[in-house]
Design a protein around this ligand. Structure first.
Ligand code: 5GP
Ligand code: MG
Ligand code: MG
Length: 183
């Protein structure tokens, strides 16, 4: 068998591993300053946010806990299905807690607005949103995000937790897929 390297399936690298890590460290410093010694409850949205969660949490010096939710909004393709449902709920009671949602990417903001409404009904002390990547539609839809890693063009990207049909999450850089992958 020929050797396989997942990065061979990219047409363009938008962000290298180093660029992603550098930006995360900046965001973590900002978050530490903003929370000013308060304990943070990081809520990661599975599966995409696993990499961001692992790296952001370790870049923070604040005390934090981690919990996870799984929500479906995309099928196996690249189009939003418009369907949002909870596949796995939090284990933690977030009432009175300072919650920071950790997201991989915000596209239309559909998933996030559902999540915000849902989490606010549980009466956290505060609720903020961090996303590693944000697409132009999120800006157009005026989705409020407190911390953004990078604003990116309206293209389907993979890597750093982001998948295409379950694959490429383990790519450390972020980029667009070559046409041969889709055919
Ligand atoms: P939204 O509800 O904001 O339209 O979509 C959010 C979810 O769609 C993300 O958590 C992610 O699962 C998926 N998504 C949106 N854009 C992309 C993209 O460019 N690449 C990948 N892999 N997933 C995306
Ligand atoms: Mg996500
Ligand atoms: Mg996906």
């Amino acid at each position: 068998m020929d050797a396989v390297h997942i990065s061979d399936d990219l047409t363009e690298v938008l962000f290298s591993k180093e660029q992603v890590q550098e930006r995360l460290v900046e965001l973590a410093a900002q978050i530490d300053a903003d929370y000013d010694g308060r304990d943070i409850l990081l809520v990661g949205v599975l599966n995409g946010a696993v990499m961001v969660m692992a790296d952001l949490s370790r870049a923070l010096v604040s005390h934090c806990e981690m919990d996870w939710m799984a929500i479906s909004s995309y099928g196996s393709g690249t189009q939003s299905s418009g369907v949002v449902r909870i596949l796995k709920d939090l284990n933690t009671d977030i009432a009175g807690r300072h919650v920071l949602v950790v997201e991989d990417i915000i596209d239309t903001g559909l998933t996030l607005s559902y999540l915000i409404t849902n989490l606010l009904s549980r009466e956290p002390a505060s609720l903020k949103i961090m996303t590693m990547f944000r697409k132009p539609d999120a800006l157009a839809n005026q989705v409020e995000v407190d911390y953004v890693g990078f604003d990116i063009p309206n293209e389907f990207v993979v890597g750093y937790g982001l998948d295409y049909d379950g694959r490429y999450r383990n790519l450390t850089s972020v980029g667009t897929l070559a046409p041969h992958v889709y055919s």
